[in-house]
Design a binder for this molecule. Structure first.
Ligand code: ZN
Ligand code: CA
Length: 309
């Protein structure tokens, strides 16, 4: 019911903003929560940076494999004008790397109980969901690569994206064929209100995006173009847009979002995640720590003692 409401509110916003152009690139502040049990699960900073780079490339269409988009869809392929940064300011206003690391006794987590999202269950609580994109990286059970919460009128403290540590970034523990960071590109798409290109509710569903062809079902592996022409009895000779990030194909096979998907994501940010439009969580700097002096006795904020001069 909430999903239907979000869809109708989205359509209304899009109708009212048909000439909308973003004032500037939208930069989404990200915190990556690494929740680890084995050393291998404690992925490196470099692996996290590789994922942020991939998000930026995919959402700005600067991905090197954009040239693999079939010519027939070049005109609908979008620079989504959305970027991502690791937050530089934490919820207390202090400087941060935008990365948290939590050792846990849990050997794996599941979508059923969202355990990685709470300190009380061996994970770590979200940073305020209305200001940050929370991404938890952990050992995710059940054969799942990742999952996300779609936007909603009732933002919960479990809002965010979860990715299995084998499917995050493009180095370290990332495993083929999900080793190019597209699991996160896909899940962030859900977080910004995108549905699967096949609609996701049975065969020939509707993703509420007009420039993605109607598609019978999900695709896996890496089909060759054109795949299953005239799927769903349409006259679309180009077949499925299986290289869309919102299909289930291999990372190396995906390469685009469309203009219609971009509009839906921009709408989602404006309607449900408006704090992402204007903030200093990526560029802000914290005040220099100051000397703390009481009755002439001073503590050097740098090393805890010293002489004030
Ligand atoms: Zn999905
Ligand atoms: Ca469509």
């Amino acid at each position: 019911r909430e999903k239907g409401k979000v869809n109708s509110q989205t359509q209304k916003w899009l109708n009212q903003h048909s000439n909308y152009t973003p004032k500037a690139i939208i930069t989404i502040p990200v915190v990556v929560h690494v929740v680890w049990n084995t050393n291998q699960e404690n992925i490196s900073d470099a692996q996290i940076f590789s994922q942020i780079d991939i998000l930026n490339a995919d959402y700005r269409r600067t991905n090197a494999d954009a040239i693999n988009t079939p010519i027939v869809w070049n005109s609908v392929a979008a620079d989504c004008e959305i970027e991502f940064c690791l937050a530089t300011i934490d919820p207390n206003g202090a400087a941060t790397t935008g990365i948290t690391r939590t050792q846990t006794s849990q050997t794996s987590f599941s979508i059923q109980n969202d355990g990685m999202k709470h300190s009380s269950s061996g994970g770590i609580d979200a940073w305020p969901n209305e200001y940050y994109l929370n991404i938890w990286v952990c050992d995710l059970g059940g054969g799942l690569l990742g999952y996300a919460t779609p936007p909603s009128n009732f933002l919960s403290n479990e809002d965010g994206v979860v990715i299995g540590y084998r499917y995050f970034g493009s180095t370290g523990t990332a495993q083929p064929p999900y080793h190019r960071g597209r699991t996160t590109t896909h899940e962030v798409g859900h977080w910004l209100n995108l549905e699967h290109v096949w609609g996701g509710w049975g065969s020939c569903g509707n993703d509420n995006v007009s420039d993605t062809p109607t598609q019978e079902d999900e695709n896996y592996s890496c089909p060759s173009f054109p795949e299953s022409p005239n799927s769903c009895g349409t006259t679309n000779a180009n077949g499925d847009m299986f290289m869309n990030y919102m299909d289930y194909t291999n990372d190396a096979c995906m390469n685009l979002f469309t203009n219609g998907q971009k509009a839906r994501m921009i709408s989602a940010i404006n309607q449900y995640r408006p704090n992402l439009l204007n903030h200093n969580l990526c560029t802000g700097s914290t005040p220099n720590p100051s000397w703390n002096c009481i009755n002439g006795g001073c503590v050097d904020p740098g090393n805890g003692n010293g002489t004030y001069s």
